[in-house]
Design a protein around this ligand. Structure first.
Ligand code: KG4
Ligand code: ZN
Length: 327
Protein backbone atom coordinates (compact mmCIF):
# COMPACT_ATOMS: atom_id res chain seq x y z
CA UNK A 1 0.00 0.00 0.00
CA UNK A 2 1.30 3.45 -0.91
CA UNK A 3 -0.17 6.68 0.48
CA UNK A 4 0.50 10.29 -0.51
CA UNK A 5 0.37 12.62 2.51
CA UNK A 6 -0.05 16.40 2.48
CA UNK A 7 0.46 18.80 5.40
CA UNK A 8 -0.26 22.54 5.47
CA UNK A 9 -1.95 23.32 8.79
CA UNK A 10 0.60 25.76 10.19
CA UNK A 11 3.88 27.07 8.76
CA UNK A 12 5.32 23.96 7.10
CA UNK A 13 4.24 22.85 3.63
CA UNK A 14 4.97 19.16 3.16
CA UNK A 15 4.36 16.17 0.91
CA UNK A 16 5.40 12.56 1.55
CA UNK A 17 4.97 9.07 0.16
CA UNK A 18 4.84 6.26 2.74
CA UNK A 19 4.13 2.53 2.43
CA UNK A 20 2.18 0.35 4.83
CA UNK A 21 5.51 -1.26 5.80
CA UNK A 22 6.55 2.12 7.14
CA UNK A 23 8.96 2.91 4.34
CA UNK A 24 9.21 6.65 3.72
CA UNK A 25 9.83 6.74 -0.05
CA UNK A 26 9.84 10.53 -0.13
CA UNK A 27 9.41 13.32 2.37
CA UNK A 28 9.65 16.92 1.23
CA UNK A 29 9.18 19.98 3.36
CA UNK A 30 9.29 23.73 2.87
CA UNK A 31 9.43 25.93 5.95
CA UNK A 32 8.24 29.53 6.03
CA UNK A 33 10.50 30.77 8.83
CA UNK A 34 11.93 33.68 6.85
CA UNK A 35 8.46 34.92 5.86
CA UNK A 36 7.19 34.98 9.46
CA UNK A 37 10.40 35.92 11.31
CA UNK A 38 9.85 39.70 11.12
CA UNK A 39 6.54 39.26 12.99
CA UNK A 40 7.81 36.93 15.73
CA UNK A 41 5.11 34.36 14.98
CA UNK A 42 3.05 32.80 12.22
CA UNK A 43 0.87 35.24 10.23
CA UNK A 44 -2.08 33.18 8.87
CA UNK A 45 -2.55 35.10 5.63
CA UNK A 46 1.16 34.92 4.77
CA UNK A 47 1.14 31.21 5.63
CA UNK A 48 -1.81 30.41 3.35
CA UNK A 49 -0.24 32.20 0.37
CA UNK A 50 3.09 30.47 0.94
CA UNK A 51 1.36 27.05 1.02
CA UNK A 52 -0.29 27.79 -2.35
CA UNK A 53 3.09 28.55 -3.90
CA UNK A 54 5.03 25.69 -2.30
CA UNK A 55 2.69 22.71 -2.36
CA UNK A 56 2.54 21.68 -6.02
CA UNK A 57 6.31 21.71 -6.64
CA UNK A 58 6.80 19.76 -3.40
CA UNK A 59 4.35 17.07 -4.50
CA UNK A 60 6.11 16.79 -7.86
CA UNK A 61 9.48 16.56 -6.12
CA UNK A 62 8.18 13.85 -3.77
CA UNK A 63 6.96 11.75 -6.71
CA UNK A 64 10.32 12.25 -8.47
CA UNK A 65 12.23 11.23 -5.30
CA UNK A 66 10.16 8.08 -4.91
CA UNK A 67 10.18 7.24 -8.63
CA UNK A 68 6.42 6.66 -8.67
CA UNK A 69 3.41 8.40 -10.17
CA UNK A 70 0.04 9.45 -8.79
CA UNK A 71 -1.50 6.44 -10.56
CA UNK A 72 0.50 4.14 -8.26
CA UNK A 73 -0.76 5.53 -4.93
CA UNK A 74 -3.64 3.78 -3.19
CA UNK A 75 -5.08 6.88 -1.50
CA UNK A 76 -4.42 10.55 -0.83
CA UNK A 77 -4.25 11.69 2.81
CA UNK A 78 -4.40 15.39 3.65
CA UNK A 79 -4.54 17.29 6.93
CA UNK A 80 -8.13 18.55 7.33
CA UNK A 81 -7.57 20.33 10.66
CA UNK A 82 -7.07 21.56 13.29
CA UNK A 83 -4.96 24.53 12.28
CA UNK A 84 -4.95 27.84 10.45
CA UNK A 85 -7.96 27.48 8.20
CA UNK A 86 -6.45 29.12 5.09
CA UNK A 87 -3.51 26.74 5.10
CA UNK A 88 -5.60 23.68 5.91
CA UNK A 89 -7.85 24.48 2.94
CA UNK A 90 -4.90 24.71 0.55
CA UNK A 91 -3.70 21.20 1.45
CA UNK A 92 -7.14 19.64 1.67
CA UNK A 93 -8.39 21.09 -1.62
CA UNK A 94 -5.18 19.96 -3.33
CA UNK A 95 -5.66 16.48 -1.86
CA UNK A 96 -9.26 16.40 -3.07
CA UNK A 97 -8.25 17.49 -6.57
CA UNK A 98 -5.56 14.78 -6.81
CA UNK A 99 -7.90 12.12 -5.41
CA UNK A 100 -10.63 13.13 -7.84
CA UNK A 101 -8.32 13.36 -10.87
CA UNK A 102 -6.73 9.95 -10.20
CA UNK A 103 -9.93 8.35 -8.93
CA UNK A 104 -8.35 7.45 -5.57
CA UNK A 105 -9.92 7.54 -2.11
CA UNK A 106 -9.38 10.62 0.06
CA UNK A 107 -8.43 10.39 3.73
CA UNK A 108 -9.04 13.53 5.80
CA UNK A 109 -6.49 13.36 8.60
CA UNK A 110 -6.65 15.13 11.93
CA UNK A 111 -3.22 16.73 12.35
CA UNK A 112 -3.15 15.60 15.98
CA UNK A 113 -3.78 12.03 14.88
CA UNK A 114 -0.76 12.41 12.60
CA UNK A 115 1.37 13.28 15.63
CA UNK A 116 -0.33 10.61 17.78
CA UNK A 117 0.38 7.74 15.35
CA UNK A 118 3.83 8.94 14.19
CA UNK A 119 5.59 6.87 16.89
CA UNK A 120 4.23 3.72 15.20
CA UNK A 121 5.95 4.78 11.98
CA UNK A 122 9.17 5.32 13.93
CA UNK A 123 8.85 2.01 15.77
CA UNK A 124 6.85 -0.63 13.94
CA UNK A 125 6.64 -2.77 17.10
CA UNK A 126 4.83 -0.13 19.15
CA UNK A 127 1.47 -1.64 20.13
CA UNK A 128 -1.71 -0.11 21.58
CA UNK A 129 -2.52 1.06 24.18
CA UNK A 130 0.19 3.64 24.88
CA UNK A 131 0.32 6.82 26.86
CA UNK A 132 1.15 9.73 24.56
CA UNK A 133 2.48 13.09 25.67
CA UNK A 134 1.63 15.34 22.72
CA UNK A 135 3.61 18.54 23.00
CA UNK A 136 3.56 21.03 20.12
CA UNK A 137 3.19 24.71 19.36
CA UNK A 138 -0.58 24.54 19.66
CA UNK A 139 -1.17 21.61 22.02
CA UNK A 140 -0.12 20.04 25.27
CA UNK A 141 -2.08 16.87 25.98
CA UNK A 142 -1.81 13.45 27.53
CA UNK A 143 -3.72 10.85 25.51
CA UNK A 144 -4.29 7.19 26.02
CA UNK A 145 -3.99 5.87 22.46
CA UNK A 146 -6.14 2.74 22.42
CA UNK A 147 -6.26 2.18 18.66
CA UNK A 148 -6.66 3.99 15.35
CA UNK A 149 -9.37 6.59 15.93
CA UNK A 150 -9.55 5.73 19.64
CA UNK A 151 -7.94 8.46 21.70
CA UNK A 152 -8.85 9.10 25.32
CA UNK A 153 -7.76 12.54 26.45
CA UNK A 154 -6.53 12.41 30.03
CA UNK A 155 -5.18 15.94 30.27
CA UNK A 156 -4.79 19.19 28.41
CA UNK A 157 -3.41 22.64 29.08
CA UNK A 158 -5.66 25.13 30.83
CA UNK A 159 -3.87 28.06 29.17
CA UNK A 160 -0.80 28.02 26.87
CA UNK A 161 0.66 25.11 24.92
CA UNK A 162 4.19 24.14 25.89
CA UNK A 163 5.68 24.99 22.48
CA UNK A 164 4.02 28.40 22.77
CA UNK A 165 5.81 28.85 26.12
CA UNK A 166 9.13 28.03 24.42
CA UNK A 167 8.35 30.46 21.60
CA UNK A 168 7.33 33.27 23.98
CA UNK A 169 10.40 32.72 26.15
CA UNK A 170 12.55 32.90 23.02
CA UNK A 171 10.87 36.17 22.05
CA UNK A 172 11.45 37.63 25.53
CA UNK A 173 15.12 36.62 25.28
CA UNK A 174 15.40 38.09 21.76
CA UNK A 175 16.13 34.70 20.20
CA UNK A 176 13.68 34.97 17.30
CA UNK A 177 11.22 32.47 15.89
CA UNK A 178 10.75 29.50 16.10
CA UNK A 179 11.92 29.57 19.67
CA UNK A 180 12.15 25.99 20.87
CA UNK A 181 15.44 24.97 19.26
CA UNK A 182 17.02 28.37 20.11
CA UNK A 183 16.02 28.12 23.80
CA UNK A 184 17.36 24.57 23.94
CA UNK A 185 20.73 25.66 22.48
CA UNK A 186 21.07 28.62 24.85
CA UNK A 187 20.01 26.51 27.85
CA UNK A 188 23.09 24.33 27.36
CA UNK A 189 25.28 27.29 28.42
CA UNK A 190 23.17 28.27 31.45
CA UNK A 191 22.62 27.24 35.06
CA UNK A 192 19.16 25.65 35.48
CA UNK A 193 19.20 26.50 39.21
CA UNK A 194 20.02 30.19 38.72
CA UNK A 195 16.52 31.63 38.29
CA UNK A 196 13.69 30.66 40.64
CA UNK A 197 10.65 29.90 38.45
CA UNK A 198 7.27 28.35 39.33
CA UNK A 199 6.18 24.81 38.45
CA UNK A 200 2.48 25.47 37.68
CA UNK A 201 0.08 22.66 38.74
CA UNK A 202 2.94 20.46 39.97
CA UNK A 203 1.41 17.97 42.41
CA UNK A 204 -2.20 18.70 41.38
CA UNK A 205 -4.56 15.71 41.40
CA UNK A 206 -5.86 16.23 37.85
CA UNK A 207 -3.07 15.70 35.31
CA UNK A 208 -3.65 19.04 33.52
CA UNK A 209 -0.97 21.52 32.41
CA UNK A 210 -0.50 25.26 32.78
CA UNK A 211 2.29 27.40 31.36
CA UNK A 212 0.98 30.99 31.47
CA UNK A 213 2.40 31.66 34.95
CA UNK A 214 5.78 30.32 33.92
CA UNK A 215 5.83 32.65 30.92
CA UNK A 216 5.00 35.67 33.15
CA UNK A 217 7.76 34.68 35.58
CA UNK A 218 10.22 34.52 32.68
CA UNK A 219 9.11 38.01 31.61
CA UNK A 220 9.86 39.31 35.13
CA UNK A 221 13.28 37.61 35.20
CA UNK A 222 14.44 39.17 31.94
CA UNK A 223 17.04 41.86 32.61
CA UNK A 224 17.84 40.57 36.10
CA UNK A 225 19.59 37.38 34.99
CA UNK A 226 21.84 36.13 32.21
CA UNK A 227 19.75 34.98 29.21
CA UNK A 228 21.40 31.54 29.24
CA UNK A 229 20.47 31.08 32.92
CA UNK A 230 16.86 32.07 32.17
CA UNK A 231 16.72 29.64 29.25
CA UNK A 232 18.17 26.79 31.32
CA UNK A 233 15.92 27.52 34.32
CA UNK A 234 12.86 27.78 32.07
CA UNK A 235 13.63 24.49 30.34
CA UNK A 236 14.12 22.72 33.67
CA UNK A 237 10.79 24.10 34.97
CA UNK A 238 9.03 22.86 31.82
CA UNK A 239 10.62 19.42 32.09
CA UNK A 240 9.65 19.12 35.76
CA UNK A 241 6.04 20.08 34.98
CA UNK A 242 5.82 17.63 32.06
CA UNK A 243 7.28 14.80 34.14
CA UNK A 244 5.07 15.48 37.17
CA UNK A 245 1.92 15.59 35.04
CA UNK A 246 2.89 12.52 33.00
CA UNK A 247 3.63 10.59 36.19
CA UNK A 248 0.11 11.47 37.37
CA UNK A 249 -1.40 10.23 34.08
CA UNK A 250 0.53 6.95 34.31
CA UNK A 251 -1.14 6.40 37.67
CA UNK A 252 -4.62 6.74 36.14
CA UNK A 253 -3.77 4.74 32.97
CA UNK A 254 -1.96 1.63 34.19
CA UNK A 255 -3.00 -0.26 31.04
CA UNK A 256 -0.48 1.71 28.94
CA UNK A 257 2.27 -0.56 27.61
CA UNK A 258 4.59 2.23 26.53
CA UNK A 259 5.31 5.88 27.18
CA UNK A 260 5.46 7.85 23.96
CA UNK A 261 6.20 11.49 23.16
CA UNK A 262 5.37 13.31 19.92
CA UNK A 263 4.94 16.84 18.55
CA UNK A 264 7.51 19.58 17.98
CA UNK A 265 8.63 19.90 21.60
CA UNK A 266 9.45 16.17 21.58
CA UNK A 267 12.51 17.20 19.54
CA UNK A 268 13.91 18.70 22.79
CA UNK A 269 16.71 16.59 24.24
CA UNK A 270 16.03 17.47 27.89
CA UNK A 271 12.35 16.59 27.52
CA UNK A 272 13.17 13.27 25.84
CA UNK A 273 15.82 12.36 28.40
CA UNK A 274 13.55 13.00 31.37
CA UNK A 275 10.67 11.04 29.85
CA UNK A 276 12.96 8.14 29.05
CA UNK A 277 14.01 8.02 32.70
CA UNK A 278 10.36 8.16 33.81
CA UNK A 279 9.52 5.23 31.50
CA UNK A 280 12.43 3.20 32.86
CA UNK A 281 11.24 3.92 36.40
CA UNK A 282 7.85 2.41 35.45
CA UNK A 283 9.33 -0.50 33.45
CA UNK A 284 7.69 0.86 30.31
CA UNK A 285 8.99 1.02 26.78
CA UNK A 286 9.84 4.53 25.70
CA UNK A 287 9.33 5.65 22.11
CA UNK A 288 10.20 9.07 20.70
CA UNK A 289 10.23 9.58 16.93
CA UNK A 290 13.36 11.14 15.41
CA UNK A 291 13.33 14.94 15.48
CA UNK A 292 12.28 15.38 11.83
CA UNK A 293 9.18 13.25 12.51
CA UNK A 294 8.33 15.19 15.72
CA UNK A 295 8.01 18.62 14.12
CA UNK A 296 5.31 19.08 11.48
CA UNK A 297 5.83 16.93 8.38
CA UNK A 298 3.79 15.02 5.81
CA UNK A 299 5.21 11.55 6.52
CA UNK A 300 3.14 11.43 9.72
CA UNK A 301 0.04 12.44 7.74
CA UNK A 302 0.73 9.76 5.10
CA UNK A 303 1.28 7.25 7.91
CA UNK A 304 -2.01 8.20 9.62
CA UNK A 305 -3.49 7.69 6.14
CA UNK A 306 -1.96 4.18 6.00
CA UNK A 307 -3.46 3.32 9.40
CA UNK A 308 -6.89 4.76 8.55
CA UNK A 309 -6.97 3.22 5.07
CA UNK A 310 -6.08 -0.19 6.55
CA UNK A 311 -9.02 0.27 8.93
CA UNK A 312 -11.35 1.08 6.01
CA UNK A 313 -11.68 4.74 6.97
CA UNK A 314 -11.90 7.03 3.94
CA UNK A 315 -13.78 10.32 3.46
CA UNK A 316 -16.09 11.87 0.87
CA UNK A 317 -14.71 14.59 -1.41
CA UNK A 318 -16.95 17.19 0.23
CA UNK A 319 -15.39 16.69 3.68
CA UNK A 320 -14.88 20.08 5.36
CA UNK A 321 -11.68 21.71 6.61
CA UNK A 322 -11.91 22.24 10.37
CA UNK A 323 -9.95 24.98 12.17
CA UNK A 324 -10.87 23.31 15.48
CA UNK A 325 -11.02 19.56 15.72
CA UNK A 326 -10.38 17.82 19.01
CA UNK A 327 -9.12 14.27 18.73
O1 KG4 B 1 4.44 20.04 16.08
P1 KG4 B 1 5.00 21.35 15.64
O2 KG4 B 1 6.07 21.35 14.57
O3 KG4 B 1 3.87 22.29 15.13
C1 KG4 B 1 2.61 22.32 15.74
O4 KG4 B 1 1.74 21.49 15.36
O5 KG4 B 1 2.45 23.16 16.66
O6 KG4 B 1 5.55 22.08 16.94
C2 KG4 B 1 6.16 23.33 16.86
C3 KG4 B 1 6.60 23.74 18.26
C4 KG4 B 1 7.12 25.17 18.31
O7 KG4 B 1 6.52 25.83 19.41
C5 KG4 B 1 8.62 24.99 18.52
O8 KG4 B 1 9.22 26.06 19.23
C6 KG4 B 1 8.65 23.71 19.30
O9 KG4 B 1 7.67 22.89 18.72
N1 KG4 B 1 9.97 23.05 19.23
C7 KG4 B 1 10.78 22.87 20.29
C8 KG4 B 1 11.97 22.28 19.78
N2 KG4 B 1 11.81 22.11 18.42
C9 KG4 B 1 10.58 22.58 18.11
N3 KG4 B 1 10.62 23.17 21.59
C10 KG4 B 1 11.63 22.87 22.42
N4 KG4 B 1 12.81 22.32 22.02
C11 KG4 B 1 13.02 22.01 20.71
N5 KG4 B 1 14.17 21.47 20.31
ZN1 ZN C 1 1.98 19.75 14.72
Amino acid sequence: MLILGLESSCDETAAALVTDEGRVLAHRLAGQEAAHAPYGGVVPEIAARAHVEALEPLIQAAFADAGVTLAEVDAVAATAGPGLIGGVMVGLVTGKALAHAANKPLIAVNHLEGHALSPRLADRDLAFPYLLLLVSGGHCQLLLVEGVGRYRRLATTIDDAVGEAFDKTAKLLGLGYPGGPAVERLAQEGDPAAVPLPRPLKGAAEPHFSFAGLKSAVARAVGGHAPADIAASFQLAVVECLIDRTRRALAVAPQATALVVAGGVAANGAVRGALEALAAEHDLRFVAPPGWLCTDNAAMIAWAGVERFAAGLTDPLDVAARPRWPL
